[in-house]
Design a protein around this ligand. Structure first.
Ligand code: EPZ
Length: 442
């Protein structure tokens, strides 16, 4: 991902003085990966959509900018709820300068195409954790009658007679592929069946929300989803579910520091695979209607984990769990089966004293007695989170650079961690910049 990064972004860092057990409770924000498709869904609605539970994150702002760019009205009401009215939209285009900063922009392709009969969306390009193509998104749209050409870095999709229902079998589970094609199918003519579809809670949140606006969808939450196309769907009020990945990251912060953390506004059912592993490692897990508590054992036990599509162990928690296993008793193995390059945090953790060896998609993590603070660099969103966790547990000072990665997925992370007792500060770093350079770059 070649995100537009300012000099200030590059200079900003997070400083952590580790070694203190984190305790207390913190509230989970709305889920980034639920909010992004929910915002794109406004393109389908024949009326204003009012949102709640939308987190304040850079990626969300990018998606709002993208939708406004198409001519929709994007406003906030006096209760600071987001309103999107796409009845004024008339430009089904997603330009490179916006798409290059967030690959999830591809989520507007299905809605734009099924609404307007044509769309032009920049190819997302790869990112740090892998090539992340969208070939399955495009194949599904072609099965629904779209003519797709890719030239000059743009996808040009045309469906002059509108899209029709189809039977789509995904070669492998794709979350945004499932979401993109679900939205395309909502206004297509006839029935669409998706086999080997993603069953993530964020997919269910999208289906629930689309149903509340008039869509006909069944099977979400399983790997077979059936959509009956309708003429139109109305505006209405929809809400993003809590962010299960953020919640688990704070629970991991309590465990790795030998503390005891509760996350409120959370859904235990969405984290069953993670919580099962926490129990296997000796952690104490308690859950309620909308809260989860994890307390650390005196010494974490090693375990073996393979990332899998939901309800398996989430790939978005692999880096955070690896940080925990660095301090476990014994040797753990962590297999990353979803992305081809999601071990960028390993070398940084090794700089902090971790003992990790890579063998292809497998990380062998030998537990060590302690981690030591160091200067490390964030490379992608969840890798950054694992470095924060390691810094919280390490002895001494950890300085994490390129923290703009972490701001993409964690709302007010220092504030929430300080509430749990962490010694964490953000430094602009501009004090090291000579004024000329700072002024030049603004
Ligand atoms: C979503 O990405 C999430 N992002 C990711 O979260 C998450 O890691 C991922 O699902 C897996 O759970 C959002 O929801 C915005 P995929 P997505 O399509 O949909 C390959 C985070 O940290 N693939 O499920 O882009 C792909 O390369 C982010 O919050 C194709 O080959 O992931 C990957 O190896 C990171 N062709 C695998 O499938 C396609 O057309 C799963 O990708 C689509 C995907």
């Amino acid at each position: 991902m070649h995100a537009a990064v300012s000099v200030r972004d590059l200079m900003e860092s997070i400083i952590i003085h580790g070694g203190k057990p984190l305790t207390g409770s913190v509230e989970t924000s709305g889920a980034k990966n639920a909010a992004l498709p929910l915002l794109a869904a406004a393109i389908l609605a024949d009326g204003p959509v009012i949102y709640s539970g939308i987190p304040h994150l850079k990626d969300i702002t990018t998606m709002m900018t993208l939708i406004a760019h198409q001519g929709a009205e994007v406003t906030f009401d006096d209760q600071s709820r987001l309103h999107i009215d796409s009845r004024t939209a008339d430009r089904p285009i997603a330009p490179y300068e916006l798409v290059k900063t967030m690959r999830a922009s591809a989520l507007v392709l299905g809605p734009l195409l099924t609404r307007f009969g044509h769309a032009k969306v920049s190819l997302p390009g790869g990112c740090a954790i892998g090539a992340r193509p969208i070939d399955m998104h495009l194949k599904g749209l072609e099965a629904m009658g779209a003519i797709i050409t890719v030239e000059h870095g743009y996808i040009a999709a045309d469906a002059p007679n509108g899209l029709h229902g189809a039977r789509i079998v995904f070669d492998q589970v794709t979350v945004t592929g499932t979401e993109n094609l679900m939205m395309a199918a909502v206004l297509a003519k006839g029935e669409t069946v998706m086999e080997n579809a993603a069953a993530e809670p964020e997919v269910v949140n999208l289906a629930d929300s689309l149903r509340s606006l008039g869509a006909k969808i069944e099977g979400d939450g399983t790997h077979r989803i059936v959509i009956q196309g309708v003429e139109r769907i109305s505006g209405g009020e929809i809400a993003a579910i809590p962010d299960r990945i953020e919640a688990a990251t704070y629970l991991a912060a309590g465990i790795i520091t030998g503390g005891d953390v509760t996350v409120t506004n959370s859904v235990p059912q969405d984290l069953e695979a993670f919580l099962a592993q926490v129990r296997i490692c000796g952690g104490v897990v308690e859950t309620g209607e909308d809260w989860i508590r994890c307390a650390a054992p005196t010494r974490l036990q090693a375990t073996d984990v393979s990332t899998m599509p939901h309800p398996g162990f989430p790939t978005d928690l692999q880096a955070q769990f690896m940080a925990m296993m660095c301090l476990a008793d014994g040797t753990s193995t962590i297999s990353e089966t979803i992305f081809e390059n999601r071990f960028m945090h390993v070398q940084e953790l090794v700089r902090m004293g971790a003992d990790i060896r890579l063998d292809g998609h497998l990380a062998i993590v030998r537990g060590v007695g302690k981690l030591s603070g160091a200067e490390v660099m964030a490379t992608d969103l969840r890798a950054s989170a694992s470095l924060v966790l390691a810094g919280l547990a390490a002895e001494g000072e950890t300085k994490i650079s390129r923290v703009y990665h972490i701001d993409r997925g964690y709302e007010r992370i220092e504030e929430k961690l300080r509430k749990l007792g962490a010694n964490i500060e953000r430094h602009s770093g501009s004090e090291q910049m000579i004024p000329q350079v700072l002024n030049f770059h603004g």
